[in-house]
Design a binder for this molecule. Structure first.
Ligand code: DAH
Length: 343
């Protein structure tokens, strides 16, 4: 077929096909099929090298005119196709502004914090104020000044996380705060609560975590007796667990108190009859307490001939577990919203 005919045929075919193009994708395909580097028109123009020299200029001119015509025809349909594409995407991807948003939870206090605040509120009524003491402690404060010298067997009760400096550890209880506040306030009378995180290097079980909270209570003054200790703690138990709550004090031993006592509340599950939760004793232990040991008073800067005091320590997680019947302490720190959102 001669080149002239080929050019005319190509024009007809290309324009006919362009009429059927109905999307941007099809337009791009059309363009590359005719005008692209490997497109039909490009190939045809390249083939002109082999026609006789006399015909070459004319054919070349016709070929180039066709190229311009096709480019123009293409440019002409493009705006419509773009419009159509835009219209389609607006229809399909429309944002429904009336759709209600997903509510953002306002957040809540962690159960441990809630219980801590309840504890603060109860003791605040009795004149106790909250003080902060260090979470990373000196061995000396955590043990020695509390009458637990190096190699004292009582240190076995607190297997500790030491830092690389073996005089520094994560406190195993809030009791070292007693020394810190006594040294801060001596010889003034004291009534404080010392809350905070504590750490023990122990097996994690349903009843013990390596990280937990404690609240220490400390009262130091000139006329403080065991009766004050009992009165304050009984009042606390009634406010925390209910007016009818029965409590008992049980003799115990802590190196930093003398005498020492643990306080139990009557088992709420069996009403004191004895069951699995209270291990058939009818009682649940909630805190340790005692009269501040004279040596501890001395270490804090108070003369035990003149001053006396009582102290107590409790775990808010344990209180919460008793109050809400939570059977595993590990729930507190695994950040599972199904647990946390219940409180
Ligand atoms: N520190 C003790 C513990 O972690 C609890 C305790 C007992 C604190 C008696 C006291 C206390 O202040 O008087 O087991």
């Amino acid at each position: 077929m001669d080149k002239l005919k080929q050019i005319e045929k190509l024009r007809d075919k290309a324009l006919a096909e362009l009429k059927r193009v109905d999307s941007l994708e099809a337009a791009a395909a059309w363009r590359s099929a005719y005008l692209g580097r490997k497109g039909a028109l490009t190939q045809l123009l390249r083939g002109l090298g082999r026609v006789p020299a006399t015909e070459r200029p004319r054919l070349g001119q016709l070929g180039n005119e066709l190229k311009v015509d096709l480019e123009e025809a293409y440019a002409e349909i493009l705006p419509n196709l773009k419009q159509a594409a835009l219209r389609r995407s607006l229809e399909m991807e429309r944002v429904d502004v009336t759709l209600p948003g997903r509510p953002l939870g306002p957040g809540r206090l962690h159960l441990s914090t809630q219980i801590l605040r309840e504890i603060y509120a109860i003791f605040a009524q009795m004149g106790f104020q909250v003080e902060e003491t260090p979470e990373v402690e000196l061995d000396e404060y955590n043990f020695t000044l509390l009458n637990i010298p190096p190699y004292h067997p009582a240190r076995d009760m607190w297997s500790s996380f030491y830092t690389t400096d073996n005089r520094v550890l994560l406190r195993t209880h809030t009791s070292p705060g007693q020394i810190r506040v006594m040294r801060r306030y001596a010889p003034e009378p004291i009534r404080v609560m010392l809350p905070g995180k504590c750490y023990r290097y122990e097996q994690v079980t349903a009843r013990s975590e390596i990280q937990f909270h404690q609240v220490e209570g400390l009262a130091v003054g000139r006329q403080i007796s065991m009766a004050d200790l009992k009165g304050v703690l009984i009042e606390f138990a009634r406010q925390m667990f209910g007016e009818e709550t029965r409590v008992r004090f049980r003799a115990s031993h802590f190196p930093f108190t003398e005498p020492s006592a643990e306080m139990d509340i009557e088992c709420f599950l069996c009403g004191g009859q004895g069951c699995r939760v209270c291990k058939h004793t009818g009682w649940l232990e909630i805190l340790g307490s005692g009269m501040v040991h004279p040596q501890v008073l001395t270490n804090g800067g108070y003369d035990p001939q003149i001053f006396s005091g009582f102290a107590f320590g409790m775990g808010p997680e344990r209180i919460a577990m008793l109050k809400y019947r939570i059977d595993d302490i590990r729930y507190f720190f695994i950040s599972d919203l199904r647990f946390l959102e219940q409180f």
